[in-house]
Design a protein around this ligand. Structure first.
Ligand SMILES: [Zn+2]
Length: 283
């Protein structure tokens, strides 16, 4: 990380204008930010030789996660309220930031993933963030804070003095990914109303009738009716067969639609892609 000058400004080129003084990766040492973090002590020593005033960041990797309590956003007050309700947090490795905040390091749960998120407890419990999953990092001792004070491990709670605790269940419940968040290919949640279904049915019906009527040799032959793409893309709506106005077209449209709704491709389309009609749905 970029260090902090004696006057409390960041050592990056923005100096006093920097909004993240002493807290952001050193672009001269790690070009790709915290994704270039290393456990190789030789590399770290090389960095220190190159930049003796650097600060140190610790990426919350797969082994542990961090509850980041920010004094400035009433994080300590929020923790007091939560502990009063659910019970005290167990002693664990704890870093004090130079600004009065705390970093509590917990062992990563084996069976679930902790989210990397801001304001994890929502309204009424501000100032509590999580750093986890290689996506977030914290500044650690002996880094210097813009206040002039140094980051330091809490008394008796340095990594060489205490083991990281497992977070209590009430806390884990709040910070872990829910099953749906874990899947990148989960269907986009959409509220489909009866009105939406009727509209979709109407669109499909109009389109199918038009195709049948425009098809070469539409009168009297069986060829050129292929409503599959639309039927497939709408399959997720449960629209398969619709009423058809034109008496002469009805039979063939119905046949084609039921054939396509039996297509093995339909379930796949339904689970992986959002149909055009979902565009205006709330996200
Ligand atoms: Zn800076």
């Amino acid at each position: 990380m970029f260090g902090v000058r004696d006057d409390g400004t960041c050592r990056c080129h923005l100096g006093p204008e920097c909004k993240s003084t002493g807290k952001h990766p050193h672009s001269g040492l790690v070009h790709h930010g915290h994704s270039e973090a290393t456990r190789d002590l030789d590399v770290v020593q090389k960095w220190i030789r190159h930049e003796p005033h650097m600060n140190f960041g610790l990426v919350a990797n797969q082994d542990f996660w961090v509850l980041d309590i920010d004094l400035g956003h009433d994080g300590e007050e929020s923790i007091r309220k939560l502990e009063a309700q659910y019970g005290k947090l167990p002693p664990t490795v704890t870093g004090n930031t130079g600004g009065g905040g705390r970093h509590l390091l917990f062992e990563a749960p084996k069976d679930r993933k902790v989210r990397n998120t801001v304001n994890v407890f929502g309204d009424g419990f501000s100032g509590i963030d999580t750093r986890a999953g290689g996506l977030g990092y914290i500044v650690v001792p002996p880094s210097k804070h813009k206040s002039g004070r140094s980051y330091a491990w809490a008394d008796g709670l340095a990594p060489d003095q205490i083991k990281m605790a497992q977070a209590p269940e009430w806390l884990l419940e709040r910070v872990v990914q829910k099953p749906r968040e874990r899947r990148n290919d989960a269907p986009i949640p959409v509220n489909i109303t009866e009105h939406d279904k009727k509209r979709a049915e109407g669109m499909l019906e109009k389109w199918a009738v038009k195709r049948v009527e425009e098809a070469p040799g539409a009168r009297g032959t069986q060829r050129s009716v292929s409503p599959r793409p639309t039927a497939v893309s709408m399959g997720w709506l449960g629209v398969g067969r619709s009423r058809v106005r034109s008496r002469s077209s009805r039979g063939r449209v119905r046949g084609a639609l039921s054939a396509s709704s039996a297509s093995p491709r339909r379930p796949r389309a339904a689970s992986t892609s959002a149909p055009p009609t979902a565009r205006h749905a709330p996200s």
